[in-house]
Design a protein around this ligand. Structure first.
Ligand code: MN
Length: 241
């Protein structure tokens, strides 16, 4: 039975050519042979709308399309940087779009998938900004602007926001354990997979007297990245370089 792979936090942009090359290689060497690839957000450093065809976006979409054409199922969940990914992206890549949370039956254990920023409830400023940015009227207004206008606005926002220009875990608040447990309880799972915090790890803990696990995906750099593999050896965090 082919493996299921999970990635997040690649922050792809033309400013990180090494990461782009690494991702293209990951797609052909790992994803193309897998049963499914789940992208759990922040694949892109920024996504200003599906109509933006600025390089390297068309090349990235083509590379992902080749993976779905090969028979791998592709699922995409938006992160805090690429939550505007929409139907145009799905059509171009063959991906199925997921909402902010998704329960997946993985190796006979229901597993909650989420990007991870929703779990960082100690960061009140961030959660307030998140709500503001997801305002449908604001999004609609943004999407009616021209691509150059949107690129300029995104750049301005990037410069203002600390997290947006840094990949350091110290600049991103970690998850709140109570929030983690609340999400898992509501989803009826004892396993959670997320990214966002740039603190890759496997956390074992007890949830309502049951053994529970939280898998945190790694962020990608110019010369190395990583992914979670669900395969014959269970769930394993692997590096990719
Ligand atoms: Mn994120």
């Amino acid at each position: 039975m082919p493996d299921t792979l999970f990635i997040s936090d690649l922050h792809l942009s033309e400013e990180r050519p090494g990461t782009l090359e690494l991702f293209y290689r990951f797609l052909t060497e790992q994803a193309a042979g897998a049963e499914a690839l789940y992208v759990l957000g922040d694949l892109f450093d920024v996504w200003i709308g599906d109509d933006n065809e600025t390089p390297p976006i068309p090349h990235i979409l083509d590379a992902m399309k080749r993976v779905t054409d090969s028979g791998t199922r592709l699922y995409f969940m938006g992160g805090n940087r690429d939550f505007l990914v929409g139907d145009g992206f799905a059509e171009a890549t063959g991906a199925t779009l997921l909402g902010d949370t998704q329960v997946l039956d993985l190796q006979e254990s229901p597993t909650l998938l989420t990007h991870g920023d929703l779990l960082c409830t100690d960061d009140v400023d961030y959660q307030n900004a998140r709500k503001l940015l997801r305002n449908p009227a604001l999004i609609q207004d943004f999407l009616t602007k021209s691509v150059p206008e949107r690129l300029a606005m995104a750049e301005e926002f990037r410069e203002e926001s600390g997290e947006a220009t840094s990949l350091k875990a110290a600049d991103i608040m970690d998850v709140n354990q109570q929030t983690v447990e609340q999400y898992m309880r509501e989803a009826g799972v004892t396993r959670l997979i997320h990214g966002h915090t740039h603190r890759p790890a496997i956390h074992d803990f007890t949830l309502d007297d049951q053994a529970a696990q939280r898998f945190v995906l790694p962020e990608w750099h110019e010369d190395h990245g990583g992914f979670l593999r669900a395969g014959a050896n269970g769930l394993v965090l692997e590096t990719f370089a």
